[in-house]
Ligand binder design. Structure first.
Ligand SMILES: Nc1ncnc2c1ncn2[C@@H]1O[C@H](COP(=O)(O)OP(=O)(O)OP(=O)(O)O)[C@@H](O)[C@H]1O
Ligand SMILES: [Mg+2]
Length: 518
């Protein structure tokens, strides 16, 4: 025997000695038919709901429908690679995603695979995408505010940590922008942000990412994208995967904010999968469990008790309406699941009132109690004044020059409307919002034309930093405002408005002069 042969024989014997012979159970089924991201599988009897199935070619999917002889498996990979007749294996595992701080500042797909070309993501922990929501005893009351930096939200529909607030409106009414602005406002806060894009156009996701980067919040964010062309299974698990990534921070005692853009697209994907797996369709052809899958998802947002670490997860799901119809199936479901809704109105948007929040239809059910004291004082009777103004405005539209009290009310209302307008991606600090509201309450903006109010808002932060830096810092830190801070703010505000009204009268006389000449 040649020496190499005997060496080879010896190593072969060693391998044989080390091997323990025995039987291995392999659960094996067969693909019956496949199409549009769903494979129907036979021969796998003891598969669990949501169990991962592996196909002969290495592709994976998860079991969504368990009929006695056919299993509906939703694919997480491209359908074209799976064919009828292929072997399928049960894995006993459920779908999991990587979680942890390594994901911050990254763009990933719903399985946590990087999409930004910045290399592998080194995480140690994994969590299932489907997790039970915290029970009642594990929860605490919502007591801390979420500062969104959007005046109309913080002043009128304050949000609390652990709340679920729906953002709902027609196509292109600023839903994504509102949510992204709330994330940008967290750039200097202790909140971790997760933005989940389900079935959104690549251009829209790109704009959101650019805005987060420009706003300095990107390093606190995880962006999870399942594009319209990705497998329906990926779009389906995206919100759940995002929740698990956010829950990791919540469970460690931290605070997280998740935006799900949007659940209408998610519901459509759910309907598509249900129709392909032959589940019976119900209202608007959605299967009956669409309410349940969204309730189970949003139930995971919570403020945890101190015994569970006191963390929180706030959710801002988005839904799209058609022609403002809030009574459609998916919007009504989501309105009843969440703790309130911010309704965006296409009419207001086209009149230039942006963010186009419909003040009459929007509501925040638990966040009001958490509103910073300074803001509550400064807001005063804002909502009432504004509601009265909107009614009055309708009557006075039919002509006549209002006098006295009505005229003053109209001027105040117009000033409120002007301060509720806000450019995109420019969230304000708490102190800026307080100062804006104080200025309205004191009537300092009533005489200004609407574009001067925009100039006032734009110049306010710098003016406050120059003249009232201590008061600003105190309000931002404590959320409260003492008499001295209030006086300092008022003095700074008065200076800005005075400079603006000088400019306003100059312009007015300049306009008036040529008209008067002939
Ligand atoms: N506050 C704002 N100020 C100025 N422009 C805004 C404001 N909010 C939104 N916009 C603009 O309005 C357009 C639509 O906004 P956005 O994409 O957020 O709407 P959407 O409701 O999410 O739309 P879609 O239905 O396509 O998801 C964008 O071009 C955005 O820049
Ligand atoms: Mg959008």
């Amino acid at each position: 025997m040649r020496p190499e042969t005997s060496e080879w024989l010896a190593s072969g014997r060693a391998v044989l000695r080390a091997a323990t012979p025995g039987s291995r159970v392999e659960r094996r089924g067969r693909v019956e038919r496949v199409g549009d991201g769903v494979a129907m599988v036979s021969g796998l009897r003891d598969v669990r709901l949501d169990e991962v199935l592996r196909f002969a070619g290495g592709q994976v999917g998860f079991a969504r429908v368990l009929d006695p002889d056919l299993i509906g498996c939703v694919l997480l990979d491209a359908t074209t690679d799976v064919q009828a007749g292929d072997a399928v294996f049960g894995t006993g595992a459920v779908v999991e995603v990587p979680v942890g701080p390594a994901l911050l500042g990254r763009i990933v797909d719903p399985l946590g695979r990087p999409l930004d070309g910045k290399g592998a993501i080194e995480t140690v922990a994994r969590l299932p995408v489907e997790r039970p929501a915290p029970s009642i005893i594990e929860r605490d009351l919502v007591t801390e505010p979420v500062q969104t930096g959007i005046v109309v939200v913080d002043a009128l529909f304050a949000l609390g940590r652990g709340q679920r607030e729906l953002i709902v409106g027609d196509h292109a009414t600023g839903k994504t922008t509102l949510a992204i602005d709330a994330l940008i406002a967290q750039a200097d806060s202790d909140m971790i942000c997760v933005y989940v894009a389900v079935g959104q156009k690549t251009s829209s996701v790109r704009r959101a990412v650019d805005a987060l980067q420009a706003g300095g919040a990107f390093e606190r964010c995880i962006v999870l994208v399942a594009g319209p062309a990705s497998a329906p299974g990926l779009q389906w698990i995206a919100p759940y995967a995002g929740m698990s990534m956010a829950e990791h921070f919540r469970d460690a005692g931290g605070h997280a904010l998740i935006v799900i853009d949007d659940l209408s697209k998610h519901a459509a994907t759910h309907r598509e999968i249900a129709l392909l797996t032959r589940q019976s369709p119900g209202r608007e052809a959605y299967p009956g469990d669409v309410f349940y899958i969204h309730a189970r998802l949003l139930e995971r947002a919570a403020r945890l008790s101190m015994a569970r670490g006191g963390g929180s997860l706030t959710a801002l799901p988005i839904a799209e309406t058609v022609a403002g119809d809030l009574s459609a199936y998916i919007p009504t479901n989501l309105i009843s699941i969440t703790d309130g809704q911010i309704v965006l109105d296409a009419g207001l948007f086209h009149q230039g009132q942006k963010p186009a929040v419909d003040v009459g239809l929007s509501v925040s059910r638990v966040g009001g109690k958490t509103q910073a004291k300074a803001l509550r004082e400064a807001a005063g009777a804002l909502r009432l004044d504004y509601a009265q103004f909107l009614e009055l405005e309708v009557f006075t539209r039919f002509g006549g020059a209002p006098e006295g009290r009505v005229r003053r009310q109209l001027a105040r209302g117009a000033a409120i409307r002007a301060i509720l307008r806000q450019p995109q991606h420019a969230p304000l600090r708490l102190a800026d919002e307080v100062a804006l509201l104080l200025a309205v309450q004191a009537g300092l903006l009533d005489a200004l034309p609407p574009d001067a109010v925009a100039a006032f808002r734009a110049g306010l932060p710098a003016a406050l930093d120059a003249a009232a830096a201590d008061a600003v810092a105190a309000i931002d830190a404590t959320g409260e405002m003492d008499a001295a801070a209030r006086d300092t703010l008022m003095a700074a505000i008065a200076r800005v408005t005075a400079s603006l009204s000088d400019r306003g009268t100059d312009q007015a006389t300049a306009h008036a002069a040529p008209a008067a000449a002939p």
